[in-house]
Design a protein around this ligand. Sequence first.
Ligand code: SF4
Length: 311
Amino acid sequence: MAIQLPAGLRPHLTEIEEALVDVKTVVLADSCYGACDIADSKAKQLGCDVLLHYGHADMGLRTCLPTLYVEARMNVDPAEAVEKALRVQKFKRLGIVTTVQHVGVLRQVENIVRSQGIEPLIGKPGPRAKYPGQILGCDWGAARSVAGRADAFLYVGTGRFHPLGVCMATGKEVVVANPVAKGSEKVTLDIERFLKGRRAAISRAAACDSFGILVSTKPGQARFKLATTLVSKFKSAGLDARVLAMDEITPEKLGDFTRLGAFVCAACPRIVIDDAERFDRPVLTPFEAMAMLGKASIEPYQMDEVLSSDF
Ligand code: SF4
């Protein structure tokens, strides 16, 4: 059996192994950021007959080995943080979103919201999510499905990427209830500032004539069809472009491609939004690339999301 764990769960490896009595195991120690990064092929190559993937929910990818998903749940009571968040301002209807680590408390959160006289709205999962209300950095479907009826969103969880993503994908304010820090904050994205940064990246890229279209070989990020379509569109516009495939996309790996002026990321959508500053050259989303080529308008801005038609 192969065991695959994200970084945050690796300190618990020995507890996991102790529970697997009489099972020969091998630990896959490469980075693992999501269920998009399922290592079934590597496990098979090592002669394993089953993969145990910890931390993330199944996003429906086909695997070459039987794969067991053990979803991580954070065992923290959200009540205090949610009550604080609801004091931030008055709402009539509130969309509720979270990540897989907190989906288990969504009913409790819904009841707290209702007890304050606010109508809770929990959206249907998008194509990559498993649970109502669950969002991913590549799938904002659960937020978008209720955005038309919600005054704002309540995000239950940690970190800033997901609340900012909900702001961008829906245009609504997001109030964060952080059950770990037991705190709350209002996240209002400065859309003008965000767009200014993205427009600047597009104009820097537009001054280049040679591009790399990035795909990852991680099964759920290998948007090869999208990448080859982009290469054709760049070539039709008289620009030089090719697909660069790699497992993990890092500035170091791109460093040797000194003749390429800019990149388009057809892998994980988080790379462009979260990591843009780490790269020494512009990295655009596929939507931004289309805007650069004059085939889309930058407003309304579209967050990059992974679709089955990308593969
Ligand atoms: S946001 Fe990126 S890392 Fe997370 S599941 Fe989606 S593709 Fe994978």
